[in-house]
Design a protein around this ligand. Structure first.
Ligand code: GTP
Ligand code: MG
Length: 223
């Protein structure tokens, strides 16, 4: 089994795909063959946009993936842009379908980046939420958070959920050039509360290394 990373965010549209693409580059520069996977994508009319963006970026570093198709990368695709529970009308989703799909991609890579949908408390069906996937996959989680006003609350809520679920994780801030007030209105608290913080674009290589360390620790605990 290859190393697995589950990318989640404080909400939809925060930068999971953007960050996953940066991680593909960072792990590739470390000499790893990178694979990508998006178990569920909603709002798909023709091609799944996230799956396609991840697939094309990964292909540019790992040509072995060319034997796969976009349907191998995105198992479940729904037209309604909504939580999977709603897009799939509450029907049960058999998680073992994801395991079969992952095995096919993992034959071609050393590490796989799995992009969730929305944030951690997005319902998949009556039994599972997004937060249940990193445990199911035995993946280390990377939480993408934002730099707008409200990011302290959003970040702490997601971190709290990960800690309550005892999931190993790394988190980072996806600051955009338009987030002008971050340094005065939010950063002082993050600096007070955390020994160090990652800013995704600037620190992507350090984040990739921290994720590898997290996976190693996780595997030691299992062994
Ligand atoms: P969903 O998968 O739809 O929930 O969204 P996501 O969390 O994957 O977010 P995505 O990476 O698609 O980013 C949302 C939008 O913001 C996209 O149009 C990105 O191109 C843009 N974006 C993400 N991060 C950055 C950034 O750091 N800077 C800028 N300028 N744009 C960004
Ligand atoms: Mg996305």
């Amino acid at each position: 089994m290859s190393k697995r990373i589950f990318v989640t965010a404080t909400n939809t549209n925060i930068g999971k795909t953007f960050t996953s693409q940066l991680l593909i580059g960072a792990f590739s520069r470390m000499g790893l063959r990178v694979g990508v996977y998006k178990p569920i994508e909603t709002g798909v009319t023709t091609l799944p946009a996230d799956g396609e963006a991840l697939f094309q970026t990964a292909l540019s570093f790992n040509p072995e993936l060319a034997s796969l198709s976009i349907d191998d990368i995105v198992t479940l695709q729904f037209p309604l842009p909504a939580a999977p529970f709603v897009a799939n009308k509450g029907e049960k989703i058999d998680l073992s379908r994801f395991d079969t799909a992952l095995a096919k991609i993992e034959a071609l890579c050393d590490i796989i980046i799995i992009e969730g949908a929305g944030g951690l408390m997005v319902p998949i069906d009556d039994e599972n939420m997004m937060i249940d996937l990193p445990r199911h996959f035995n993946a280390a989680t990377f939480l993408v958070t934002h730099c707008n006003l409200g990011c302290i609350n959003d970040t702490l809520l997601s971190i709290n959920a990960l800690e309550n679920a005892a999931l190993p994780y790394v988190w980072g801030l996806n600051c955009r050039s338009e987030d002008k007030n971050f340094e005065t209105v939010s950063l002082p608290y993050f600096n007070h509360r955390f020994e160090s913080i990652y800013q995704i674009e600037k620190d992507i290589d350090a984040i990739a290394k921290a994720l590898l360390d997290t996976i190693s620790l996780q595997n030691e605990e299992i062994a």
